[in-house]
Design a protein around this ligand. Sequence first.
Ligand code: PEP
Ligand code: MN
Length: 337
Amino acid sequence: MIVKLKPGSSQKQVDRLIQWIEQQGLRIEYSEGESYTILGLIGDTASIDANLISSMEIVENVVRISEPYKKANRKFHPQDTIITLDNGTKIGGGHYAIIAGPCSVESEAQIIEIARSVKASGAKLLRGGAFKPRTSPYAFQGMGADGIELLLKAKAETGLPIVSEIMDISQLEFFDEVDVLQVGARNMQNFSLLKALGNLDKPILLKRGLTATYQELLMSAEYIMANGNNKVILCERGIRTFETATRNTLDITAIPYLREKSHLPIVIDPSHAAGLSRMVPPLSMASTAAGCDGLLIEVHNDPENAWSDGPQSLKMDTFDHLAKKLFRMRAVYEELI
Ligand code: PEP
Ligand code: MN
């Protein structure tokens, strides 16, 4: 971290600032130029509040050189993290996995039909929402614990590991046999939830918030990892921009950016990004070509009558067709990189 002092600061004020910085456990490289004095802060600055230093009277500005996230940072962990599930399925570090299933679990027949179908198409994990974060309190809120039971039946039936969203830590008791816990976009900065998930030994699929920066996403991953759980999967699901024609805007740049900054697997959710099923195939192909580690795609046996997110859900045969193309695209990506 570099601190530039205002010209004309008194030596007494400078000494006081230096003393304060040293009390934080940092060393200082002092450089006095013709017009400015620069302080280089050396040491672990992750817990230092740059805004607090900026607000000090004698400080002109502060530049952070190193990122405030450590455990999620590729600098301190150069190899890609590979997440391995109980059945041996891997994601990250060269392992590509498609996660598919309905937005909401609706019935035993529905989830089992979809699970069988997406498995036959090559999906490696089954997704299904049981606790649903809906914008309207009057919309279907999910089947809750019963929905998790039905997902477990589909898992027993097909052998597919399951992914489901946890909205609140009080729901944890229902997630014992859920393989991957999803943190939804709206909960990305629910820090008490993130801390609690950090105490588990279970993969967490962390979705980027609607208006979150990459750094905020990585800091949320850091919350989980700081508590000891390193199994975090990052998920870009579209962000809110000035564009209103689509539900959100898929930020493909997230793939190369997060790849550079972090070692964690990166999954793209093209369904919530576009909000329209016909846009899911091109966005999935583009994401795969850009090197994502996996996709999270909403698939339904009857999208027109789905209890949530029908307009963005693929029909099972469309998903089957898309999956074939995605595996070919992935093979080309692997050949070219
Ligand atoms: C979902 O996966 O169904 C969901 C609600 O996603 P998001 O949190 O990205 O809106
Ligand atoms: Mn959904």
